[in-house]
Design a protein around this ligand. Structure first.
Ligand SMILES: Nc1ncnc2c1ncn2[C@@H]1O[C@H](COP(=O)(O)OP(=O)(O)OP(=O)(O)O)[C@@H](O)[C@H]1O
Ligand SMILES: [Mg+2]
Length: 242
């Protein structure tokens, strides 16, 4: 079943065509990887899908309905959540309160003790057991990422988009992040990952699309993407194949 489809979606900022005629689909249960050089339009693509930006042209369908022009909170309530390239917890709130915010917004909104219990479950599932009362500003980078993940999961998404979730992590933490992402897929979640850590993206994704200067230049299973001459030229470099 197709959860998300984009048909020739474009977005320019002044003279910069950030996303140019991109079409793609995301099937239920898969992890779709998105890679490409800095400035190739990956975050803009997430902003278009989540409703933070409105496409200049093209069509976006999520769960069978058109979402172009809907505000982000309406798209979120249909079951789409995302995390940000620069993590954005509410620093003045506790860990638990941050997740309660997510629970108040999604497609299965919870309040009161039901929300607190669900928040604790989510914190435990991302590895933040026992951290509920900590102010978010005291967390390490990895733990802020865990918190952002729990907050996004609090909206009960069917599709979760992670923008450079592994950036800034140590190799050990990257391994932990990969385990978390696999566990989410095993629970039935569909994911789109934007990552510069190529080996992790190749390992996690069933399918990859590659953007260059806003255009989709390749699409396919990780093994064929890693060997694609155009992808090697614009992004991977020779080292990826040797
Ligand atoms: N709000 C904006 N206003 C003007 N230009 C923007 C805006 N957002 C993105 N751009 C431009 O659009 C292009 C694509 O940017 P985008 O952030 O989508 O790239 P990216 O692939 O996510 O890059 P990175 O890997 O560095 O995160 C860039 O040229 C960027 O400068
Ligand atoms: Mg980006």
């Amino acid at each position: 079943m197709t959860l998300l489809s984009l048909d020739k979606v474009s977005k320019s900022f002044g003279g910069v065509a950030a996303v140019r005629g991109v079409s793609l689909t995301v099937e239920a249960g898969e992890i779709l990887g998105v890679m490409g050089p800095n400035g190739s339009g990956k975050t803009t693509l997430f902003n278009l899908i989540s409703g933070a930006l409105v496409p200049d042209s093209g069509e976006i369908q999520f769960l069978g309905g058109r979402t172009n022009g809907l505000p982000p909170h309406r798209i979120c309530r249909r079951g789409l959540a995302r995390t940000f390239q620069l993590v954005r917890p509410f620093l003045g709130l506790t860990v638990l309160e941050n997740v309660l915010v997510g629970l108040g917004y999604g497609c299965r909104r919870l309040t009161g003790s039901a929300a607190r219990n669900r928040a604790k479950e989510l914190l435990s599932s991302v590895g933040l057991d026992g951290q509920s009362a900590r102010p978010a500003h005291t967390l390490t980078v990895m733990d802020r990422k865990r918190l952002e993940l729990a907050r996004a999961l609090g909206t009960s998404p069917k599709l979760l988009m992670l923008d450079e979730f592994m950036a800034g992590l140590t190799p050990v933490e990257t391994g932990e992040a990969m385990k978390l992402i696999r566990a989410l897929q095993n629970q039935g979640l569909t994911l789109i990952l934007v990552e510069h850590i190529v080996w992790a993206l190749l390992d996690l994704s069933q399918r990859i699309i590659v953007l260059s200067a806003g255009e989709k230049i390749a699409e396919g299973p990780p093994a064929s993407i890693a060997k694609d001459p155009q992808v090697i030229e614009v992004y991977l470099g020779e080292s990826a194949t040797s």
